[in-house]
Design a protein around this ligand. Structure first.
Ligand code: ADP
Ligand code: MG
Length: 362
């Protein structure tokens, strides 16, 4: 069988318990060769544990981990051909940048001449050619992280694991490193699994995102899908601001109603459901428009206005008391009319709505 067709990584029913704590709970996931996969979740959701199980620093309580179709349960970490980069760069302070990068090669018994050549190439890859003789303390945080990256890549791994690698850097440097990581991944064609708690970072970088909570993988999809069609309340909220609305199912689940206004849904939903709408998809108007087609329109009252620079975030109250977020940009007809307590009309297109399983029954 052609290796390129097999998933680079497969987690099959992987669980890791520490006493009473289930850090990873029955995770099954395939990651394709060459994919940039982001594991996204808040602190304590099990992301690092999952990486450690893959890197071989820890063993699953149940299930197994495969690389290119072969179980790696009995393979020690240094034989798995995996490069790892952590948030705290973990560089050796008494070694220069070049010596740090050379370390994995030395461990693998690679001779001096080849070592020097490979270190040079790795430092060049991360744009640090000039700094090989510097000690970590003489380098900025961003430069230290580049050294850590060069060290993780120098022995030519097929898989790179990164655990919140940019967490210690400031915003501007982080944005720059994100672009550079994408470039390096493209150049090497390597598979990357990238752990982060920052949803914008995951969306900017990944081909696919896996959302974790309480050790479980809740949804795996490409960034556009996971943002537009979240699988549940948690995923919807985690991916950015949204309004989750209680609705009344109509026509046997073919549509919904809020305060007398109705909209058809693209497919029938038989179980109880809520809907989610993102603020940028809600438009606000001073007058009713007898909206055409399947556009949804409901009267509302402005409750709160926040200036964002590029526009305004407006919180509306619907006739049934529910809250709805909308974004207004400069130049919108409504912009000159904004004020708390003003009556308006909120509108959205059918493509802006995602259906979520109803949560609780409050
Ligand atoms: P994340 O990386 O998403 O922040 P972790 O994988 O580090 O999450 O942790 C997941 C859960 O497992 C947490 O509740 C954490 O306290 C627990 N945990 C992780 N490692 C250990 C360990 N060695 N012993 C006991 N509990 C652990
Ligand atoms: Mg972690």
């Amino acid at each position: 069988m052609n290796d390129r067709l097999l998933p680079a990584v497969s987690f099959q029913g992987v669980t890791r318990r520490y006493g009473a704590v289930t850090a990873v709970n029955d995770v099954s996931l395939d990651i394709a060769q060459g994919e940039f996969f982001a594991l996204l979740g808040s602190s304590g959701s099990g992301k690092t544990t999952l990486l450690m199980l893959l890197a071989g620093f820890d063993k699953p309580t149940e299930g197994r981990v495969l690389m290119s179709g072969t179980s790696v349960t009995e393979v020690p970490p240094h034989r798995r051909q995996i490069g790892v980069v952590f948030q705290n760069y973990a560089l050796f302070p008494h070694l220069t940048a070049a010596e740090n990068v050379a370390y994995p090669l030395k461990m693998r018994g690679i001779g001096r001449a080849e070592r020097e050549e490979r270190v040079k190439a790795a430092l060049s890859l991360v744009n640090l050619t000039e700094r090989g003789a510097s000690y970590p303390s003489q380098l900025s945080g961003g430069q230290q992280q580049r050294v850590a990256l060069a060290r993780a890549l120098v022995f030519g791994p097929s898989l790179l694991l990164m655990d919140e690698p940019l967490g210690a850097l400031d915003r501007r440097l982080r944005d720059q490193m994100q672009l550079e990581l994408k470039r390096i991944q493209g150049e090497l064609g390597i598979t990357v699994i990238y752990v982060t708690h920052d949803q914008s970072e995951a969306m900017a970088m990944a081909n696919r995102i896996g959302i974790m909570a309480h050790g479980q993988l809740l949804q795996v999809a490409d960034p556009e899908t996971i943002y537009a069609l979240p699988s549940d309340h948690f995923v919807a909220r985690f991916l950015g601001e949204c309004s989750i609305l209680k609705v009344t199912s109509i026509d046997g689940g073919r549509g919904y109603e809020i305060a007398g206004a109705r909209q058809a849904l693209p497919s029938v939903t038989s179980k109880p459901f809520d809907i989610v709408v993102r603020p940028e998809n809600v438009s606000v108007h001073s007058a009713a428009a007898q909206a055409t087609g399947n556009v949804f329109e409901v009267p509302a009252t402005i409750r709160d206005i926040t200036y964002l620079g590029a526009g305004w975030r407006v919180t509306l109250t619907l006739p049934d008391g529910q809250s709805l977020l909308a974004t207004i940009v400069r130049g919108d007809e409504i912009a000159g009319y904004l004020g708390p307590g003003k009556p308006v009309f909120a509108r959205w297109a059918p493509t802006s709505v995602a259906v979520l399983p109803a949560e609780g029954s409050s």
